[in-house]
Design a protein around this ligand. Structure first.
Ligand code: G3I
Length: 350
C-alpha cells in the first residue's frame, strides 16, 4: 500500500509518458530515411561494392545499413583470391561478407565467376589442355556457387567478355584456351550449382548505343537459342564528367533487353572527376547519378542500382586514374554528396 502512487502522481506520470512518446515519434519521424528504404517502394535494390575488412568499421556499417540493401565483394570472390593454389580454396573474405549480409538482411551479388582479370598465376602459366581447363572451370564454378547455394541471390557469371566491336574478345584467357563456348558452359554450370540464383552477364561501357551493346544483344540471343539459362545483364556504368552515356540510349538499351526477357542491374556505377573536384563538378555529377537512377526507375526491367564502393575513399579510381577521383556518392568522411541527395530526391519522387 505504501508504494502505491497517488492520483496526482499518476496524472504526472501519464503526462510524462505522453510527452516522451511525442518526443520519440518526432525524432523518429524526422530521421531521414535511407536510400534502401526509399527504394523499397520502387522494388529497387540499392547496392555497393565492399571489402571484408571494411565490415569491422562501425561507421562503415552504420552508413551501409542505412542506405544499402545489396553488397558485392569488390575483389574477394575473384578466382585469384578464392583459389590461390591448384585445388586450394580461401573463402575467408567471401564467407565473412556473405555471413554479414545474412545477419543484416542484405542481398549479395557474387562477383565474378569467369573473367580474364585477376586469375591466379598457377592457372595462367600452367600447361593445361582445353579439356583440363574446362574441367578446372567446371569444378571451380560448382565449388563456389555450390558453397553459397541459396545464400547468394545474383551471380555475375561472365564478366567483360566482349571487345569494343561487339565480338567475343580474343585477348581473353578463356577465349584463347577454350574458345567462345566458355560462356555457355559457365552459365550452364552455374545454373546447375544453384538453380535459384539469378545469373548475369556483366559488361562495361555497353550502356549506350554502340557496337558493344549490340554485341550484348547478340550474345543473349545466341545463348537463348541454345537453351542456356541467363536472367539478366549488368550495366557496370563506370562513367565520368563529360562522357556519361546518354540516358535516352540507356533507356532504349534496357528496353531491347526487356524484349529478350532480360532483367537489367546497374552494377558498378561511378562518375569520375578530374581533381580537384569543384562544387560545380559535384553538382554535375549529381545530375548524372540522378539521370541514370531515373532511367532505371522508369525501365520496367531495371531492379538494382549499385555503386562501385561506398565513399570516395573506397574507390578504385585514383589507383588506376591518378588525376581523377571523387567518383562516388559519399565524401570520405561518410557525409553525403550532392549525388546522394539527387538520388534521394528522385526516390522520393521530388
Ligand atoms: O591485394 C593486393 C595487395 O596484396 C598488393 O600489395 C597490392 C599491390 O598492387 O595489390 C592488391 O591487389 C589489388 C586489388 O585490387 C585489391 O586492392 C590489385 O593490385 C588491383 O589490380 C585490384 O584492382 C581491382 C580491379 O578490379 C582489378 O581488375 C579493383 O580493386 C576493383 O575495384 C576492380 O573492379 C573491377 C570489377 O571487378 C569489374 N569491372 C571493372 C571494375 C573496375 O576495374
Amino acid at each position: 500500500m505504501k508504494n502505491r502512487l497517488n492520483r496526482s502522481q499518476v496524472y504526472y506520470l501519464v503526462i510524462l509518458l505522453v510527452l516522451g512518446l511525442g518526443l520519440f515519434l518526432r525524432i523518429f519521424m524526422q530521421q531521414p530515411r535511407g536510400l534502401r528504404h526509399l527504394a523499397q517502394s520502387h522494388d529497387l535494390e540499392i547496392g555497393t561494392a565492399v571489402s571484408s575488412w571494411q565490415l569491422d568499421d562501425p561507421e562503415f556499417i552504420r552508413r551501409l545499413l542505412h542506405d544499402f540493401s545489396l553488397i558485392t565483394p569488390e575483389n574477394e570472390m575473384k578466382f585469384e583470391v578464392l583459389q590461390p593454389a591448384p585445388g586450394r580454396y580461401d573463402f575467408s573474405g567471401a564467407d565473412k561478407i556473405v555471413a554479414f549480409a545474412e545477419n543484416h538482411g542484405l542481398h549479395v551479388r557474387g562477383h565474378t565467376l569467369v573473367w580474364t582479370n585477376q586469375l591466379p598465376e598457377w592457372l595462367i602459366t600452367g600447361d593445361y589442355s582445353r579439356e583440363e581447363l574446362l574441367s578446372i572451370l567446371q569444378r571451380y564454378i560448382q565449388d563456389v556457387v555450390g558453397r553459397y547455394r541459396g545464400r547468394i541471390q545474383y551471380w555475375d557469371v561472365v564478366n567483360e567478355a566482349l571487345s569494343p566491336d561487339g565480338d567475343i574478345a580474343t585477348n581473353n584467357f578463356w577465349m584463347q584456351r577454350i574458345g567462345p563456348d566458355y560462356i555457355a558452359y559457365a552459365f550452364q554450370w552455374a545454373h546447375e550449382a544453384d538453380p535459384n540464383a539469378m545469373l548475369f552477364y556483366n559488361e562495361s561501357y555497353a550502356e549506350g548505343k554502340s557496337l558493344k551493346s549490340d554485341g550484348v544483344i547478340t550474345l543473349v540471343m545466341e545463348l537463348q537459342e541454345k537453351g542456356i539459362p541467363i536472367d539478366g545483364i549488368g550495366f557496370e556504368m563506370h562513367t565520368g564528367l563529360g562522357w556519361s552515356p546518354d540516358p535516352l540510349e540507356v533507356a532504349e538499351n534496357m528496353q531491347r533487353l526487356r524484349k529478350l526477357s532480360m532483367v537489367v542491374h546497374v552494377t558498378e556505377m561511378d562518375v569520375r572527376i578530374v581533381e580537384p573536384a569543384t562544387n560545380d563538378d559535384l553538382d554535375q555529377q549529381a545530375k548524372v547519378y540522378g539521370e541514370i537512377l531515373q532511367t532505371c526507375l522508369e525501365a520496367l526491367n531495371c531492379s538494382s542500382f549499385a555503386t562501385w564502393g561506398m565513399t570516395d575513399d573506397h574507390s578504385w579510381i585514383p589507383y588506376v586514374y591518378p588525376d581523377s577521383g571523387s567518383a562516388l556518392i559519399f565524401f570520405g568522411n561518410y557525409e553525403p554528396k550532392p549525388a546522394y541527395y539527387s538520388m534521394r530526391d528522385i526516390l522520393e519522387g521530388k
